[in-house]
Design a protein around this ligand. Sequence first.
Ligand code: LMR
Length: 400
Amino acid sequence: MSDALFSSLTAAPADPILGVTQRFRQDPRPQKVNLGVGVYMTEEGVTPVLDVVKEAETALAEACIPHSYLPISGLEGYGLHVQQLVFGADSEIVRSGRAATVQTLGGTGALKVGMDFMYHVCGARVGATSLPTWGNHNAILKMAGYDVRHYSYYEASTNSVNFDAMLADLKALPPATLVVLHSCCHNPTGYDLSLDQWKEVIEVCRAGRLTPFLDMAYQGFCRGLEEDAASIRLFAASGLSFLVATSFSKSFNLYNERIGALTVVCQSKAEADIVMSQLKAVIRCNYSNPPAHGAYIVERVLSDPEKTEHWHEELAGMRNRILSMRKALADAMAALGAKRDFSFVTRQAGMFSFTGLTPEQVDRLAEEFGVYCVRNGRICICGLNTRNVQYVAESIAKVL
Ligand code: LMR
């Protein structure tokens, strides 16, 4: 062979999160536990199809909707439902029409379209993420061409957010930096800001002319749909322009339907219309237009108050199971007299707990016990159930 086109390539490393699932699947041990990827599982260890989704899918199968293209921006009416969830049903942003929402390929797709839009259309060149953050934030920024910087967030010595350091780092960023913020259920740490702290962040963004990009992939997994959007509502009231990435992967258990949204909040409806045209241009040259199935499901549920109510109940059920597993893990670690106090697990929010386990301890957990976590020490609480939590606690206690 004489063509050397790919001969100098080396293999990319396995994804730090999705690669964990791959290794878990290959493990033949029956007691194995996957605490890697952020996917909800029931007490029985399966990702459930919600009742509201089952009902919608049955109705959709009967309706036999033609598989023609959706508009570039997504299903008609979908954007309005997203905005009502994010900003509140009667918010000024929804009423004034000063936000542009496009349906995207999950939350990741929303980040990708938003970051590309800001770079290629708006001229942003610097992107900043929290230390630590969800790894794909950095990867998508880098792939788009950004100079990727970081702001302090988690302080290991105190096992909490170092807010003063965060503010100082945000203040040092150049104007027009795209600042990625986790609006709730911070991934991976599980530590969120208080509303007073968010107000200070907003003022720093205003003073430094930073562009906030709020990632809300886990709305409903901390305290509730409305409560979890409280930080975004503060941004909405601030008058700043900003971006929001949202997802129904988690809240509807529609992971593989890739159903999310990007919302860009502008100063006026006229500006939002222009932004919408530019977002469509970004999407058209990327994947042309989005898939329909997930959007049909979400739209069917959210356009019917009774179905929406039932969805709220199902979401609360998932949230409460996670809370009970947080307590079960913390209690089991205390009862075992583990070398470290694990009560912090009950103070963290969302699907994840940042455990402080070292990469070596994570490797031992996988090799010796078949308990799989992300190497940065993040565990997904949703992988715990009443049958495996004691085993997981014992395994962790042994590697500490
Ligand atoms: C996670 O952080 O585990 C999820 O957001 C899934 C993913 O794509 O990484």
